[in-house]
Write a protein that binds this ligand. Structure first.
Ligand code: NAD
Length: 259
């Protein structure tokens, strides 16, 4: 009997989960943390994305986020983001779990999405506990302040911080009950996201990896494809030649910044 293609497996699946990491945005021109261009002013992300760094020098941390926000605002989702958004529309049941904070999946039209590490287009007031969307580029002053006077922080999960309980619970629930799991552009090193594919596999999911290079996950995957996500995903999912999904929604209705 002929082995089903991934396209056929996805079409037959009751539930599909996609886990993405920084590599899915690399072809949009967003540096990964561990890639050759992952440094900013000679700082590593691990030195800036921490509560300690923010307490020590909030302006420096915000300058880094401001640089990232400006970079991302000028870039567009790529063919990998679009293939994943199209998959959501065609799959019977679907969840996208992303480690990315850049918002590019939403700009491509993905809606069934769990952002495990938050989103740098939201700011949080630690004093009031409020979270608000903020798309201003550039920010008028750094570091930004809440109306209450407290320093605002990006609504992202920093090294050493716990993931939002609801986000990780939704991710676990989905991977434990999916038939097909795609893992795209993640080094599979940052926990707990790195454990999700193995949990999926242990619960019977057909595990597929797409990455530029082998990762600790490659030996466990049912299929491991090496190459660029923006080239491989449309081929594997059979979306080559189809139009991008209709009408991706702006982050804020009417906001011209959104694609
Ligand atoms: P990572 O930097 O550790 O790994 C990126 C992975 O993507 C590598 O394995 C690399 O081989 C692969 N890759 C690079 N280009 C690719 C391409 N074109 N196609 C397919 N694969 C490609 O990233 P991670 O595993 O996501 O973990 C790092 C942490 O950094 C995460 O928490 C993430 O939130 C954060 N981060 C986010 C962004 C973003 O939001 N765009 C950018 C950098 C880092």
């Amino acid at each position: 009997m002929r082995t089903p293609t991934l396209h056929e497996r996805v079409q037959a699946a009751k539930r599909v989960v996609v886990l993405t990491g920084a590599g899915v945005s690399a072809e949009s021109g967003i540096p990964t943390f561990r890639g050759a261009d992952g440094l900013w002013r000679r700082h590593r992300a691990e030195e800036l994305a921490t509560p300690e760094a923010f307490a020590r020098d909030p302006r420096l941390v915000w300058e880094w986020y401001e640089w990232r926000r400006q970079l991302i605002a000028a870039r567009r989702p790529n063919a990998a983001h679009e293939a994943i958004a199209a998959l959501e529309v065609r799959a019977q049941d679907f969840l996208l779990v992303t480690q990315n904070v850049d918002g590019l999946h939403r700009r491509a039209g993905s809606r069934r999405i769990v952002e495990l590490h938050g989103n740098l287009w939201r700011v949080r007031c630690p004093a009031e506990g409020t979270v608000t969307e903020n798309l201003e580029v550039p920010l008028p002053s750094l570091p930004p302040r809440c109306a209450c006077g407290a320093l605002l922080r990006p609504d992202v999960v920093w090294f050493g911080e716990a993931l939002p309980t609801d986000a990780i619970r939704r991710a676990y629930d989905a991977v434990e009950s999916c038939d097909v799991m795609l893992v795209v552009g993640t080094s599979a090193l940052v926990q707990p996201a790195a454990s999700l594919p193995m949990i999926g596999k242990a619960h019977g999911a057909y595990l597929v990896e797409v990455n530029l290079e082998p990762t600790p996950l490659s030996g466990f995957a049912d299929e491991s494809h090496q190459g660029k996500a923006g080239e491989l995903l449309p081929q594997l999912l059979g979306t080559l030649g189809t139009a991008p999904i209709p009408n991706p929604q702006p982050l804020i209705p009417g906001n011209p910044w959104s694609t």
